[in-house]
Design a protein. Structure first.
Length: 577
């Protein structure tokens, strides 16, 4: 695949053609629905253009930047996807389950060059909160974890229920039936009461001492080792509607809650919270933008000490230490409206431009997080929508073309220049969220990136799936590894030269945490933890979930409460040796 020089011609890169007969390259599948509707919805798929079409004339007539004419942008065929999943009202309506949310299955396509935009960065994880699902508040957690090291013996996890105290009786012994070599449930939390229609439980943050989880109207914190409450739960007057997936260097987050409970309420109340102490800092009310740009739904992200609040058509940046407003990201150029932001190592913005006109397209920009000054802009071709930011350092963007039924994964240099794109046939299946009124650019689980490599899971039609390592220098496959059991394996993070992955429970075993060497020739997964088979059904019930591996402990939590009082729904579990 030929890489263009640093300065692409005006108009950017072209879009894909129709998929070949019989399918093509693909995207994620949809897991079975949970008992209540989660907040996510499908994400579009992957792509990569082809045909000489857009390049037979204009700036690419003889190949970009003087390169010989090729059959398509960089000589690659386009990638397509099959029909949309059968979600009522999709894509405007969230599906009844989470998991892979990519209806675009097929070949990738080159896409940099023109219209609307949106971003996302993988960040944050989920943590447990409180509240028995039967509404009773008299269940008190056990004082400490079991000292019984014998597999098979009862080692009851601590602090179930609402986390309101230290003593009491565990209503469930999740370690009963634990076998030799299996991990122990150190502690767990039952889901709090929620409306029958369900409620969001966003965000999971883990510090050296504390695991913090948001659920419906409250934010709760637990000791990472034994699950005891570390500070009194913060109860918000109305439901939590957004959180920063990242935390600051000094372990602070921002939580947004609704202004009321009516249909006209807005997601516009901000609250700074210290994760270690539960201390509340500054508060702020997010103002509406111009016409049709209200704060009914917002997205929050952190870049250094800059908090970006994204509305549907603009954004406002605040100093997270003081709550002072820094700058606004507003309409610019040819009717370009910022519609998505991603924060972390850098601040990215996606804008939709020229809506309804011949110049309709998405634009991707990096902003200076202190001033809002534009560092670089990358234009995407008409018809291409920036859907997710798999990584911000390096920048890896996933975009889709609904008309062409195509997807694209491209990576960019630190200066915003096109670097490479995935150019081979594969049915990838990360698990991504989706926003109705705003783009959930940072809502993907099951994706990991290091300086040189992108790690993506494949779709498992039956049995085991694979994780594919993709070279960011050229978009080619480096290697792939199969799940050690007949279940899907999802990347979590890269640590110490190893890819840490979560293997979902199978019919005969609990979930696993494995380490895959990223260098050398042997990429066989090495088991770090195997969860009890006796509670695999509970572990597998987290259809909309967040996972993390920190200091030898595995954390699993839900991101959506079903509101089913009879289900004895779990909010979070912590596993350890």
């Amino acid at each position: 695949m030929t890489q263009p020089p640093n300065q692409p011609p005006q108009g950017g890169f072209g879009a894909p053609q129709d998929p070949p007969p019989g399918g093509g390259f693909g995207a994620p599948q949809q897991p079975p629905p949970p008992q209540g509707p989660p907040s996510g919805a499908p994400q579009p798929g992957y792509g990569y253009p082809q045909q000489p079409g857009p390049y037979n004339s204009g700036p690419y007539a003889s190949g970009p930047y003087g390169q010989p004419q090729q059959p398509g942008p960089y000589g690659q065929p386009g990638y397509g996807y099959p029909p949309q999943p059968q979600f009522p009202g999709a894509p405007g309506t969230p599906p009844p389950g989470s998991g892979s949310r990519n209806p675009f299955k097929g070949k990738p396509a080159v896409v940099i060059g023109a219209a609307v935009a949106a971003l996302l960065v993988v960040g944050g994880t989920v943590w447990a909160v409180s509240g028995g699902d039967d509404g009773k508040k008299d269940k008190k957690p056990v004082a400490g974890k079991s000292d019984d090291p014998e597999p098979g013996a009862s080692g009851a996890p601590v602090n179930p229920g609402d986390g309101s105290g230290d003593g009491g009786t565990d209503p469930e012994d999740l370690n009963e039936g634990r076998q030799a070599g299996e991990s122990k449930v150190l502690w767990y939390k039952e889901a709090p009461d929620a409306p029958g229609s369900g409620a969001d439980a966003p965000g999971m943050w883990i510090t050296d001492k504390t695991a913090v989880k948001a659920a419906y109207k409250q934010l709760s914190a637990y000791d990472v080792a034994d699950g005891k409450p570390t500070w009194e739960p913060i109860l918000f007057p109305h439901k939590i509607c957004a959180v920063t997936p990242e935390k600051t260097a000094d372990d602070k987050i921002v939580v947004a809650h609704m202004s009321g409970d009516s249909d006209r309420a807005k997601c516009n109340r901000l609250q700074l919270v210290d994760l270690n102490t539960g201390e509340k800092g500054w508060t702020e009310e997010v103002a509406d933008g111009e016409l049709f740009d209200s704060a009914i739904s917002i997205e929050l992200s952190l870049t250094g000490n800059t908090l970006m609040v994204g509305r549907s058509m603009s954004g406002t940046a605040y100093d997270v230490t003081s709550g002072k407003k820094l700058f606004d990201a507003k309409k610019y150029g040819d009717s370009c409206f910022p519609g998505g932001f991603a924060g972390g190592e850098r601040l990215l913005q996606v804008a939709s431009c020229g809506a309804g006109g011949d110049n309709e397209h998405d634009e991707l920009r990096e902003l200076d997080p202190k001033t809002g000054k534009v560092k670089w802009t990358q234009k995407f071709d008409k018809g291409w929508r920036v859907a997710n930011a798999y990584s911000l350092d390096p920048v890896v963007i996933y975009s889709t073309n609904e008309d062409k039924k195509a997807w694209n994964i491209s990576t960019f240099t630190s200066g915003g220049k096109f670097r490479s794109q995935v150019g081979f046939d594969e049915d990838f299946a990360p698990e991504c969220g989706w926003g109705i009124l705003s783009r959930d650019l940072q809502g993907c689980e099951g994706v990991a990136v290091d300086a040189d490599t992108l790690y993506l899971p494949t779709k498992a039609t039956t049995g085991a799936n694979e994780i594919v390592a993709i070279d960011l220098a050229n978009g080619k496959e480096k290697w792939r590894v199969e799940s050690p059991v007949e279940a899907s394996m999802l990347p979590m993070k890269v640590e110490g030269g190893k890819l840490i992955a979560y293997v979902r429970p199978s019919y005969d075993s609990g979930g696993r945490v494995v380490a895959v060497p990223t260098t050398g020739s042997d990429h066989k997964p090495v088991e770090l933890m195997r969860n009890p088979q006796s509670i695999a059904e509970i572990e597998n019930s987290f259809y909309s979930r967040s996972v993390d591996w920190v200091d030898g402990r595995f954390y699993l939590s839900t991101t959506r409460l079903t509101g089913n009082d009879e289900a004895k729904e779990k909010l979070m579990l912590a596993y350890g040796k």
